[in-house]
Design a protein around this ligand. Structure first.
Ligand SMILES: C[S@@+](CC[C@H](N)C(=O)[O-])C[C@H]1O[C@@H](n2cnc3c(N)ncnc32)[C@H](O)[C@@H]1O
Length: 383
């Protein structure tokens, strides 16, 4: 497919209305080659020819939409807004699956019905700032209305049954309050409008649970492939004890849990840990413990006290694991570190800090087609 055909698949890009996917002009196989070369240039110990790539669907792969609300009460837009008060509707963005597109139409109808005035970035007036929608593989939705204040709460509660009648898949609906005029897509306060609080995300044999403020990988099929691959890698090493640091709602830990293997997951978000525990209990997993806390701090103190599993999985935020944790893993002589990273630059820095660890394999899981971002999985073995 040439670049002209590709542009035709996203009308917004072709019309110059959205530039979020910077690589839209590059045919997908060339995007993947470019990512492999980028990763190889950052991890010189590993040649591009040995990097395996797991490719994504090119369209409809994103499970989460973050839409800025603009336009007017009677004709709201979902997409982009600017400081000058301009708004662009992107509610048919081809990265989202068709049922999210359908939900957007009903969300617009609901905005008008509940008198949720779009927030104006220029004047600071109005109420509704963003609509955040996440879908499960089964098509159920988590819908969040990010508002400036709770002024509309009574109306939203009143009309919600009508919205849910139109969108029965909207299992969890919340109002998130973001009073400050700042560049953020959500605030700290979450008001649940439905009895259900978690969106079940069925991945293979495990059901993960997602709450409004918990992290979840945005490409569900790629996440499933990644968890499966890591469980195979861990099974091949066959550790008796395993840690999953920065475990989120437990994707790696739960997929790698086996009878006779002790698994510990550590994550900063209390609510993500509650979700991970729920999944473990439902799956009847015995020797799996999830702890809320600072992963580097807890791991370093446990390593200093002499604890040490045979395998440590790390999946940190973009900043990476940092020198202190890298040095502690090295000093404790952990035999294998399975590192999943969304930032090859911090990954390369951490590999350097780990020192005596050699990449045994490097794989790309292309979570983010049409952008320069990629997820890299590497197995680091102590030399
Ligand atoms: C890239 S996400 C990975 C989540 C999970 N492994 C998954 O597959 O969904 C990084 C996670 O690190 C968590 N986090 C950030 N800082 C942390 C810290 N200091 N200690 C523990 N977890 C942290 C975030 O809340 C987020 O859930």
């Amino acid at each position: 497919m040439d670049s002209y055909d590709r542009r035709m698949q996203c009308d917004y890009y072709a019309a110059g209305r959205c530039h979020s996917c910077q690589w839209m002009d590059i045919p997908y196989p060339a995007q993947v080659r470019r990512k492999i070369e980028q990763v190889a240039s950052l991890i010189p110990a590993f040649p591009a020819s040995r990097i395996e790539a797991h490719t994504s669907a090119e369209w409809n792969f994103r499970n989460k939409a973050k839409m800025a609300v603009g336009g007017t009460l009677d004709e709201p837009t979902l997409g982009l807004t600017t400081l000058h008060g301009d708004s662009t509707d992107l509610s048919h963005c081809p990265l989202y699956p068709p049922h999210i597109h359908e939900a957007f139409a009903h969300i617009k109808w609901f905005i008008t019905l509940a008198r949720l005035t779009p927030y104006d970035l220029q004047t600071g007036r109005g109420e509704l700032k963003f609509v955040l929608v996440t879908t499960s593989p089964a098509g159920d939705l988590l819908v969040r209305f990010v508002v400036r204040s709770t002024e509309s709460l009574t109306r939203v509660r009143k009309f919600l049954p009508q919205f849910q009648e139109r969108v029965p898949s909207s299992r969890v609906v919340t109002m998130n309050v973001l009073p400050q005029h700042k560049a953020a897509t959500e605030g700290d306060r979450e008001i649940y409008l439905t009895r259900r609080r978690e969106l079940p995300m069925q991945l293979g044999g495990i059901t993960l649970y997602l709450r409004p403020q918990s992290f979840f990988q945005t490409n569900t099929s790629m996440a499933q492939a990644l968890y499966l691959r890591v469980s195979q890698i861990v099974d091949a090493i066959a550790p008796k004890a395993l840690w999953d640091l920065y475990c989120g709602v437990g994707g790696f830990a739960l997929h790698a849990a086996r009878p006779g293997r002790s698994v510990v997951g550590i994550e900063i978000s209390e609510s993500a840990i509650e979700c991970a525990r729920l999944s473990a209990a439902q799956a009847g997993l015995q020797d799996v413990t999830f702890m809320a806390g600072d992963a580097p701090e807890r791991a370093i103190s446990a390593l200093k006290a002499g604890a040490g599993p045979e395998v440590v999985i790390v999946n940190p935020p973009r900043r990476g694991i940092g020198d202190e944790l890298a040095h502690a893993l090295r000093a404790a002589k952990i035999p294998a570190v399975v590192y999943s990273s969304c930032n090859p630059v911090s990954l390369a820095r951490d590999i350097e800090a780990l020192g005596c660890y050699q990449p045994e394999s490097v794989e790309i899981f292309d979570m983010f087609p049409h952008t320069g971002h990629t997820e890299v999985l590497t197995v680091l073995r102590r030399r």
